[in-house]
Design a protein around this ligand. Structure first.
Ligand code: PBE
Length: 297
């Protein structure tokens, strides 16, 4: 740099011209012989817990798009965001399994890869699933669960508080306090109980940690003794179907949890959507030069 500044003006013009020229060349050669996206990420897609519907869909995507050399790495939601954070800080390429709502979209500039073959399905909703008999045995809890409904933005706000270091139960309490009007529509027409027990199953996905802590706080404020039961996705559905837990509020449908839904259909009660407009797919930092799953081939 210093050398260039010291050069006479005429030479400087020439130098700049040459630099521009050699950079052009470099760019051209990079795009023709550069490492492929696959090579740049070791042909790895960073996944989450193996029981997640997102993992099943991603395995289907690998087959459908004929990405035979690729590996879907199992881990957890937390390990996935840790890997993403690290890559993002160094501006390194990375491909992760992703879903919305998720705090990572407020923290990082990310994009979903287009899915022209529609493997990941269209927009989904999250449904509340209760065990059979809950309506008769615990009508107040049932009614609250049935009336529970919020937005992707609401859930996102709780997730961001948790990601910023608040304990999940504190973030939930803050949200409940700040959204008393909305919460009162969930408890409307119910009576406060005296320590009645209720168990809610959930998986340790950031979205479900947020939602389950919020519904737990609301139920506690209505006098319930709430047991949050952390399990994997399969047992979450099994638990409600066999009645060993009362409910879960994490049914990603119609596609993500379709197999669980169909397996146990008739053995649970579907209370309908509690949140609309979710999405799943492959997610990359916006600085990556690819737009579609087809670009991985
Ligand atoms: N998720 C978050 C879940 C549902 C909630 C997208 C990781 C799944 O794939 O099963």
């Amino acid at each position: 740099m210093l050398k260039k500044i010291l050069l006479p003006i005429s030479m400087l013009t020439l130098t700049i011209g040459l630099t521009a020229c050699s950079e052009d060349k470099k760019e051209t050669s990079e795009s023709s012989e550069s490492v492929s996206v696959g090579e740049s990420v070791d042909y790895e897609i960073i996944g989450i817990d193996p029981g997640a519907g997102l993992m099943k869909s991603t395995n289907t995507a690998l087959e459908t798009y004929e990405l035979d050399d690729w590996e879907l790495v199992e881990g957890s939601g937390a390990a996935m965001t840790a890997a993403l954070k690290k890559a993002y800080e160094d501006e390194e390429p990375i491909i992760v399994t992703g879903w919305t709502p998720h705090w990572k979209f407020s923290e990082f500039d990310l994009k979903y890869l287009e899915d022209p073959k529609g493997v990941y399905g269209d927009a989904e909703e999250i449904r509340t699933i209760a065990r059979k008999g809950l309506a008769d045995e615990k009508p107040n809890a049932y009614k609250i669960l049935d009336q529970f409904q919020w937005t992707a933005e609401d859930m996102g706000n709780v997730m961001v508080m948790i990601e910023n270091g608040e304990a999940p139960e504190d973030a939930a309490a803050t949200w409940v306090e700040e959204n008393a009007d909305k919460v009162s529509t969930w408890t409307e027409g119910t009576e406060v109980v005296d320590g009645e027990e209720i168990s809610i199953a959930y998986v340790a996905w950031a979205s479900e940690i947020a939602s389950t802590n919020v519904i737990t706080k609301v139920l506690q404020d209505q006098g319930f003794e709430v047991k949050m039961v952390q399990v994997e996705a399969g047992p979450m559905w099994t638990g409600v179907a066999d009645g060993s837990v009362d409910a879960h509020i994490a049914g990603w449908l119609p596609s993500t949890h379709q197999d669980h839904y169909e397996k146990y259909e008739g053995d649970f009660e579907d209370l309908g959507p509690n949140l609309e407009g979710t999405k799943i797919g492959l997610v990359v930092p916006a600085y990556m030069d690819i737009d579609s799953i087809e670009d991985l081939k």
